[in-house]
Write a protein that binds this ligand. Sequence first.
Ligand code: COA
Length: 199
Amino acid sequence: MGFLIRFGHDPLVNTYLETGRLALRRFTADDADLLIELDSDPAVMRYLTGGRPTAPELVRERQLPNILAGYEKWGGDLGLFAAHEKDGGAFIGWFILRPEPEGPLDEVELGYRLRQAAWGRGYATEGSRALLDKAFTELGVRMVWAETMSVNHASQNIMKKLDMTLTDTLTTPPDMEMIEGSEHGGVRYEITKEQWERQ
Ligand SMILES: CC(C)(COP(=O)(O)OP(=O)(O)OC[C@H]1O[C@@H](n2cnc3c(N)ncnc32)[C@H](O)[C@@H]1OP(=O)(O)O)[C@@H](O)C(=O)NCCC(=O)NCCS
């Protein structure tokens, strides 16, 4: 396996959620470099920006402050969470469980962005499953949704494995930057609390 960034201290500090193999924690103001490195891999960014990395100043000045502000807004229960392997503490990427900025708190988006070295090991499915469980049993969530490009089969496979239902197909808005596969549009999957409980 490729190198993985070591996390400077115990990954279980500030823990949000634990799964069999992963610990999810809240980001801190010291985490800009982890986010910058994650977004510097063109393969990670392929279906997000067409491969272009996120500018480091954007991460430092806008994205990370927004993540931290989200914890204030939602009491630390919702937002973007750093994921680490429990065994060794390597940072593997992040998961998101977050309402729309002005949307209802009981309808939240699920998302994931993992380092390439961590792909193909079931981590995205494992983390997402635990997030759905937490959302529906602890956080009073009624519905979880996720969207991705039609050509992002890995991402869609996770939604299917979570028994989410395809509820909509999306057209790329004309003002949006076109990247490889944009012409095929996107997909939206949803799962309600009732559907989750029936599983
Ligand atoms: C999408 C992503 C999170 C998947 O992470 P992962 O940990 O490799 O996912 P999992 O191992 O849980 O795999 C989920 C399923 O998708 C399948 N899969 C993985 N990569 C695939 C690919 N390129 N094409 C088709 N299926 C794929 C896996 O085989 C698995 O199904 P299986 O268990 O039946 O074999 C990861 O590739 C990533 O971070 N990509 C870059 C960022 C991104 O695109 N995020 C989503 C934006 S909406």
